[in-house]
Design a protein around this ligand. Structure first.
Ligand code: ATP
Ligand code: MG
Length: 336
């Protein structure tokens, strides 16, 4: 089965081809980072317009490279939400038009299910599992009993982990998106120079909070002589990365032990973080949980994960009508 995936929920235009026998055959991403960097974050209207310009040429390139016509596809999977509604509508309308003209099934995918199922792109998942979803807009612990069956166990009370990295990077004058930059600079940082709080770690609930950490970095930055020298920035990045990862790891394994799962997994852009991947690998080995970090290219937004999630639904006999709506917000629901 060949499934075309389309992802336009935020600032990356992506199209992919997933083959149930061969895996990911194409995964093309046109990034808008340069467009939004100047504003320190994503400007929704600019994102929609850039998707409009980029999406059809990307689909054409993909089909030409594979010498395929829309008629050769078995279905089109598209992110229906959550995300920026104008950006989502560009992907949805394109997917619907393709499905209508080539008479192919359409399948709408929840973006977070896409991030979770990116783990299937490098092998099977040991289920049941707890999945730490950490991205620009989400920080959640999800109990996954099978593909299509999810229960949200934990969530953030305010900012997401990726948002925390992006906003603190801005405070230090670093480029957008801040997560990968902070991760890189943290490698050169010296430990022990700065201590940042681990918010809510004493709270018995499975909850996160990152807005206090952002404030702590702002207070720290304001207390230091300006401009910050390179070593000081690296030392702050190291302290921040350790603080964020500490709370994420604590909650992921708390949930894993409580629910006696077989595997633990990471999903979303922050799953590309080197320190997070190392810490989870070590704790999983010590606790007897299966773990395999998702390939970095499939952590941040990409259409391969959407095609893979769409394939799972199509293979189980699910598809959506051509009047499928997009949605800006909605929790991940089970479909099985
Ligand atoms: N190596 C890294 N370390 C930490 N954070 C990272 C790293 N690489 C990317 N990120 C962060 O990942 C986020 C982007 O991830 P993703 O593309 O999944 O987010 P999004 O799609 O905008 O949000 P959502 O998936 O919640 O809708 C950004 O906040 C970015 O800073
Ligand atoms: Mg995402």
């Amino acid at each position: 089965m060949k499934v075309l995936g389309i992802e336009t929920s935020c600032d990356d235009t992506s199209v992919a081809l997933y083959d149930s026998e061969l895996g990911v055959l194409e995964n093309l991403v046109s990034s808008q980072v340069d467009l939004h960097d100047h504003f320190g974050g994503v400007v929704p209207e600019l994102a929609s317009r850039a998707h409009l310009v980029n999406l059809l040429p990307l689909i054409e390139v993909l089909l030409e490279r594979r010498r395929l016509a829309p008629a050769d596809l078995d279905g089109v999977a598209v992110t229906a939400g959550p995300g920026l509604i104008g950006a989502l509508l560009v992907g949805l309308s394109t997917a619907k038009a393709l499905c209508w003209s080539a008479r192919k099934p359409l399948v709408g995918v929840h973006h977070i299910e896409g991030h979770i199922l990116a783990n299937l792109l490098s092998g099977t998942m040991d289920l049941p599992a707890t999945v730490l979803v950490v991205s620009g807009g989400h920080t959640e612990v999800v109990l996954m009993s099978e593909v299509g069956r999810y229960r949200r166990l934990g969530w953030t009370l305010d900012d997401a982990a990726g948002e925390c990295f992006d906003k603190t990077a801005q405070l230090m004058g670093l480029p957008y998106p801040g997560g990968p930059v902070i991760d890189r600079l943290a490698e050169r940082g010296r430990g022990g120079r700065f201590e940042l709080p681990r918010p809510l770690t004493r709270d018995p609930r499975l909850v996160f909070s990152f807005s206090g950490l952002k404030t702590a970095v702002r207070v720290l930055v304001e207390s230091l002589p300006r401009p910050l020298d390179d070593q000081t920035v690296a030392d702050i990045c190291r302290a921040l990365r350790e603080a964020v990862v500490d709370v994420l790891v604590q909650r992921l394994f708390q949930a894993a032990r409580e629910h006696r799962v077989r595997g633990v997994y990471l999903a979303g852009g922050v799953a590309a973080n080197s320190w997070l991947r190392d810490r989870v690998a070590r704790e999983a080995a010590a606790g007897g949980f299966a773990f395999r970090p998702p390939e970095r290219v499939y952590c941040t937004d990409n259409a391969a994960m959407i095609a893979c999630a769409g394939h799972a639904r199509l293979a189980a006999g699910f598809s959506d009508p051509l009047d499928l709506d997009g949605f800006a917000r909605a929790p991940l629901a089970s479909w099985r």
